[in-house]
Design a protein around this ligand. Sequence first.
Ligand code: SF4
Length: 213
Amino acid sequence: MPRKRGSRGSTARSQQIEAGLVSLDRSRGPLFREKEDEGKSFRPDGQRDPVRCQRSENKMRISDLEAIDIARAFSEKPHLRGKGDEVLQRVGRSLSYIGDTHKPQRFDCPLLEEGKCMVHRIAKPIECLAELPDGGFSSDGHRSLERRDQLNNELYGNRWEFKAIPLMLARYMMDREGPASGKSGSTLRKEQNRVEQRRASRSNDPRQGSGPA
Ligand code: SF4
């Protein structure tokens, strides 16, 4: 039987996906720092203008790795747990008027709740984060977009896709046994940072030297 894209066929495969999610999350860092630059007229909360997330303007597409990150966030982040069903209801509404195609098409983003992106600081699609108020991208934005593509290529070769957010969320949020099961990139990155900090403080502690000769 052919193995599903990114399915947990082996520990090694799971580790590759986790490493990809951590790198994806790291690529968001420069974009959050960019939003602190008042000269670029970002909204004070760093969110995308909600009008840009609605059907009149929104054609955002995401990659497989980004959709896995979002699906994982809904199963493990405490403030998102239990909200997956309402997101899937909105996904269903969007799917009633968009087609299963790679082409850009307009839709209400199912992740928009009360004018805010539900995954803003957690698992936000790179392009949503990289978009400047004038619709363009900075050099940091371009770098993060390239990194996203590179990470998908490393995991899936040429078998990954860009599709409208509802199509990709339907693929991964409805398949709890597949690659969407596990921790999201931001959680994994924070855990990795904690381990590295503990290791660094142990190596700086004179009591943890090389021991008696
Ligand atoms: S993921 Fe968030 S920022 Fe991107 S279109 Fe949806 S609500 Fe807007």
